[in-house]
Design a protein around this ligand. Structure first.
Ligand SMILES: *Cc1c(COP(=O)(O)O)cnc(C)c1O
Length: 369
């Protein structure tokens, strides 16, 4: 179906920087630089500078960043890791596949990890906490970092949705032992295929991830230090990401402007809760614009019928997927969120006219009763 306002517009995004992208691709291909060449090193340096960490290690997914962070933190069988249930499944799988136990915690009104819920789930086996900065908004890091300090927990930030989001001027991904980013095509900084990175100030972790991504090998000495993975960021994708990172601050400005336009156009509707929260030093990056809506499923139908493509993440709480074997949970905040979330179109390519059309369509739905 042809939507009048699409959720994402990768073709439009490409056309806006086509010349630069084409030149970059041709340059890398002409050099034959396919694996771990200067484009990867350049991107890693620029990403680390942007995030504000000493190191960035390019990987082929956000999942692998999370997984290697867990392994690098020494997490394994018998260790419990606090992780919000309201997240993309990869956060949880990264813990489970390290052999550790994901302990699901609840989400607060803003859909972020609820630190009180973390405190209730502490046990003598709790070793780490994974704040997930969902939708481009940081968790309450003041309290999360205090919790970690009080109980000597390793902090692994799932910053897959939060490149460019800040808390008191500090970037997501620079606040803990490791920051984990995804450059999946529809993330705010997206490659043309799967990609990710781990950021850290810990030299040993950076070295570990650099070896693990390449079968455990130290590329200088040829020594295999561990049984490793094959999860290196492609040099070609790194070149694209390096070029896109230069545009990223401007894209972030546009995302925030789109969010403000939604706020101005929808803020008075009592049926909606918009993702704008009290200013406590957090600057959101608006990876997604998730509203909580009354008569949510009907609203989704109305929007789609009117040509507005929307997304619902996620209607079914993660622990209800039986194959994941996560057990039964009583997480009322998460359940409530699952019932009433809708993601409105959010990307830097959106025109003001498109945003206004979404606003008009939503208003029409609630006015109709
Ligand atoms: C996208 C995402 C991931 C995983 O990233 P991939 O690159 O798809 O592996 C992890 N956590 C969150 C919150 C995400 O949104």
């Amino acid at each position: 179906m042809g939507y009048r306002v699409r959720f994402v517009e990768p073709d439009v995004a490409y056309r806006r920087i086509k010349d630069e992208v084409d030149r970059t691709l041709q340059d890398v291909l002409a050099r034959g630089d396919l694996v771990a060449r200067r484009d990867l090193a350049d991107f890693e340096r620029h990403l680390a500078d942007y995030v504000g960490t000493k190191y960035a290690v390019g990987l082929n997914s956000g999942f692998h960043a999370l997984h290697l962070a867990c392994l690098g933190a020494g997490l394994g069988p018998g260790d419990e890791v606090l992780v919000p249930a309201h997240t993309f499944v990869a956060s949880i799988s990264a813990i489970a596949l390290a052999g550790a136990t994901p302990v699901l915690v609840d989400a607060g009104e803003d859909m972020e990890m609820d630190v009180d819920s973390c405190r209730r789930k502490l046990s003598p086996r709790t070793r780490a906490v994974m704040p997930v900065h969902l939708n481009g908004r940081l968790c309450d890091m003041e309290r999360a970092l205090r919790l970690a300090e009080d109980h000597q927990l390793t902090v692994i930030e799932d910053a897959a949705q939060a490149l460019g989001a800040r808390w008191r001027g500090r970037m997501a991904g620079s606040l803990g032992f490791a920051g984990c980013f995804s450059f999946y095509p529809f993330k705010a900084l997206g490659a043309y295929g799967d990609a990710g990175a781990l950021t850290t100030n810990d030299e040993a972790l950076a070295t570990y991830a650099t070896r693990m991504r390449y079968n455990g090998e130290d590329r200088v000495t040829g020594e295999y230090h561990y049984h490793g993975h094959t999860c290196l960021l492609d040099n070609l994708q790194a070149a694209i990401l390096d070029l896109k990172l230069r545009h990223f601050p401007a894209w972030l400005v546009r995302r925030r402007a789109v969010a403000e336009r939604y706020r101005a156009g929808l803020g008075d509707l009592p049926e909606l809760r918009l993702p704008h929260f009290t200013d406590d030093g957090r600057e959101d990056s608006f990876q997604n614009y998730v509203v909580r809506a009354r008569r949510c499923d009907e609203l989704v139908d109305h929007l789609k019928r009117s040509g507005v493509e929307v997304l619902v993440q996620w209607r079914k709480p993660v622990w209800r997927h039986e194959g994941l074997k996560l057990g039964e949970h009583d997480l009322p905040g998460t359940e409530a969120i699952c019932h009433d979330v809708v993601s409105l179109p959010m990307n830097p390519e959106l025109s003001d006219e498109s945003v206004d059309y979404v606003i008009t369509t939503v208003r029409e739905f609630y006015r109709g009763g």
